[in-house]
Design a protein around this ligand. Structure first.
Ligand code: SAH
Ligand code: DHB
Ligand code: MG
Length: 223
């Protein structure tokens, strides 16, 4: 089993289930053309996010980590009528590219991009009275995952779903002595989740075009 095979199978799934379209292709192209990293979710992962968001009838969605807006488009498309998505991004250039991609997708009315450090935007969003969010996608700097989880709990309700990307990192997550601050962030986040009585949670390992990684899935049961 190797990367070549995982990519080939991902391409097959993308094709078989018609997971892409010209708007999504253009979003990826403009992200690459701007010199931004190709770390968006894959089409199959993106469809999983969309199905999960649909399953909780998400009408209000919070995303932490916008990049070029690829996952943003997928999530915004499946919101209930009248829905609103807020996505947090601290690189202004990324936010600009994402805004153009959302325009092309016809989603600017339902998506707000907040430029800034997410740990500063989150208390502002709370202070403004936003939420509870039905669905949260955490996909920014992993070192802050503990803080993002805490804020996500404050900004959700029983029945909300919180999905966290990149929690396996090629298996590095099992190493308590890892010097990767991302790994340390994920491990501390896992400890907080495990100690949190208000949620039920698991992590699913994945392979695909982006290699070996995984998602944490957290259902808020009470708060
Ligand atoms: N969710 C996107 C990918 C996000 S990549 C998709 O799947 O299409 C992670 C993004 O988080 C990057 O654009 C990065 O600039 C942003 N980011 C990193 N640290 C951040 C922080 N502290 N606050 C807000 N955004 C941050
Ligand atoms: C990285 C970040 C991501 O969100 C991702 O899905 C893959 C890689 C990174 O920072 O390396
Ligand atoms: Mg990610």
């Amino acid at each position: 089993m190797n990367q070549e095979q995982w990519t080939a199978v991902d391409d097959y799934i993308t094709d078989q289930f018609a997971l892409s379209d010209p708007v999504l292709e253009a979003a990826l192209e403009s992200t690459a053309a701007a010199g931004m990293p190709a770390i968006n979710v894959t089409p199959s992962q993106g469809r999983l996010l969309a199905i999960l968001a649909q399953s909780v009838n998400a009408k209000s969605i919070l995303e932490i980590g916008t990049l070029g807006g690829y996952s943003t488009i997928l999530l915004a498309r499946v919101m209930q009528p009248g829905g609103k998505l807020i996505t947090l991004e601290y690189v202004p250039k990324h936010a600009e590219v994402a805004q153009a991609n959302l325009e092309r997708a016809g989603l600017t009315d339902v998506v707000e991009i907040r430029v800034g450090v997410a740990m500063e935007s989150l208390p502002q969003i709370a202070a403004e009275g936003h939420g509870p969010f039905d669905f949260v996608f955490i996909d920014a700097d992993k070192v802050n995952n503990p803080g993002y989880f805490e804020w996500s709990l404050k900004l959700t309700r029983p029945g909300s779903l919180i999905v966290v990307d990149n929690v396996i990192r090629k298996g590095a997550v099992v190493n308590p002595d890892s010097e990767d601050t991302y790994v340390q962030g994920v491990r501390r986040f896992n400890e907080m989740v495990a100690a949190e009585p208000r949620v039920s949670a698991t992590t699913i390992q994945t392979v695909g075009a982006k290699g070996y990684d995984g998602f944490a899935l957290i259902r808020v049961n009470g708060n």
